[in-house]
Design a protein around this ligand. Sequence first.
Ligand code: GLC
Ligand code: CA
Length: 493
Amino acid sequence: MSWWRNASIYQVYLRSFADGNGDGIGDIAGLRDRLQHIAGLGFDAIWLNPWYPSPLADGGYDVADYRDIEPVFGSLADAEKLIADAHELGIRIIIDLVPNHCSDQHPWFRDGLWDRFHIRDTEELPNDWKSRFGGPAWSRLADGRWYLHLYAAEQPDFNWENPVVHEEFEDILRFWLDRGVDGFRIDVADGLVKDFGKPDAEQPYSDQDGVHDIYRRWRQIVDSYDGDRILVGEMWLPDPERFARYLRPDEMHSAFNFDFLCCPWNAGELKRVVDSTLAAHEPVGAPPTWVLSNHDVTRHVTRYGREKTGFSFADRQHGAPTDFELGTRRARAAIMLTAALPGGVYVYQGEELGLWEVEDLPDELREDPVWHRSGFTDRGRDGCRVPLPWSAQDGPSWLPQPENWQDFSVAAQTDDPGSMLSLYRRVFELRRGIAGDLEWLDLGEDVLAFKRGGLTCVVNLSDEPIGLPSTPALSSVPLVDGKLPSDAAAWIS
Ligand code: GLC
Ligand code: CA
């Protein structure tokens, strides 16, 4: 079976992973030093957020040069060494490709090659489209004309009606495939094709039928290389069937399951999402994936400790009361649920340490453009991007860590059998032995229970402890009088 069909993939937000040169910003050297952390957890691959030269107006999703490395992170030679080191450890490298937009510092934009962007010469705003970060999706060039940007004003959208843009990205794919990368995570994959005749309410910049041809072409390119290299899509789409169209056999290999990420901590709703995910993926033959957190959303320890446990961009519930003990307990159960499901799993750096959303960052340190573009109403995503604590010796970092993160550092957790880190190690070690289709079991209301081959996974979301059919090989918390307590999970083999 192809590796990506059941891969465990670790997401590295490079800027906040490990700092190799002591300037407070994570970098490739730091990641190379810490690869063992990821290998030791049993991951098959790393997905790296963008590492290209960038003014970092959107954490690197504003790319100024697609064929080089941001100097703050290292050099192209460092990137090649990282790929080699990772491969030696049996870890594949997936890089982030950003085809919807670039940086306003990209040479095409700086040199005024306007046919490669969406430019309009109108008095008023060309249409009512909104930026996903707030405000209008159009800003003015120096000459008064408008350019489209679905994200920050520093991120002009490419014009995919121009064949030059297609050629450029096909060449960029080859550039990195030639350097040994094992795949691409495609940013805003549903957004490249736009229907300018329609109003914002119809989201005519998302999921237009024409976008699929682009990925069919890319699939051919990726398939023309040896090794089992992949395309992974980022699409936030409301309809699971529309979503699965991107995963047809001649398009992408897999995509992030955001329905699962957004789902509240509720047995009925989780079961519904698992079922609809499996039902949507089955006809196209693609493996589902399961994701709890990433660099755009509130960390799930925090979400699960709140009254409203689901996630929505419309309301991050920044600062809502949070019971961290409860959130942590549920996060322990959640990773056992996630890792037992069929398909791929993504883990966002720091969730293996039980890190929470840092919501008390001083506002003047916030870098996420969402904060200012929302007119200072949405505090954005900096709180999930605070650098990881490695040990008590960590120096200061570009976003300050909460003081008690020392107690959550890798060094502090590594030998503690009750730590989140130890649980993740055990979960991803045992996960290797899990195979087979999912078969639901009925163990009562508010209990999620299923079999996969020789494994039974039980997650108790009810308020009462429940009896188990036999002694588990692993449980997220100790059993109480032989029973699985509330907000806990068990694996029985
Ligand atoms: C994706 C990225 C996000 C970025 C946006 C614009 O959603 O995950 O971090 O801001 O695209 O590139
Ligand atoms: Ca650094």
